[in-house]
Design a protein around this ligand. Structure first.
Ligand code: AMP
Ligand code: ZN
Length: 131
């Protein structure tokens, strides 16, 4: 059983801030910022790409609802809502989860940088990705 399934089964303690029949939301143990929360489905799915629509939708609906609550109760100035999918993208726990990271300033202990890299041929990329 994965670590989040153990939390869902109450085999490992957590700071739960929301629970329903499909979803659990707990405080992330690392608290990148005050109120950093993880929203996960009770059903074990590895990541957002492998989740069925109903599971993904339940998580996103709950993440939005809790992000509003967290921002309003902490007085945060903004929020990052993100899911890491795959090791290359920084996923360390292979059970789908959304991070809600309230943001107090651009100096918070989190860096999300969109750095320029290799120039792409946009026509070629568009031809690859468009229907
Ligand atoms: P990710 O790297 O996107 O897979 O995120 C996994 C997150 O799970 C990390 O931010 C960890 O701090 C968090 N985490 C790991 N174990 C626990 C735990 N027992 N309780 C709460 N959060 C945890
Ligand atoms: Zn699991």
């Amino acid at each position: 059983m994965c670590i989040f399934c153990k939390i869902i089964a109450h085999e490992i303690p957590s700071s739960t801030i929301y629970e329903d029949d499909k979803v659990l939301a707990i405080l992330d143990i690392s608290q990148v910022t005050k109120g950093h929360t993880l929203v996960m489905p009770k059903k074990h799915v590895r990541n957002i790409l492998e989740a069925d629509d109903e599971t993904a939708e339940a998580c996103i609906r709950t993440a939005r609802m809790l992000a509003k609550r967290i921002v309003s109760r902490t007085g945060a100035a903004g929020v990052n809502i993100l899911t890491n999918c795959g090791e290359a993208a920084g996923q360390s726990v292979e059970h789908l989860h959304f991070h809600i990271i309230p943001r107090y300033s651009s100096e918070d202990a989190i860096t999300i940088a969109f750095n320029p890299s290799e120039k792409q041929d946009l026509d070629a990329v568009c031809a690859l990705l468009a229907e």
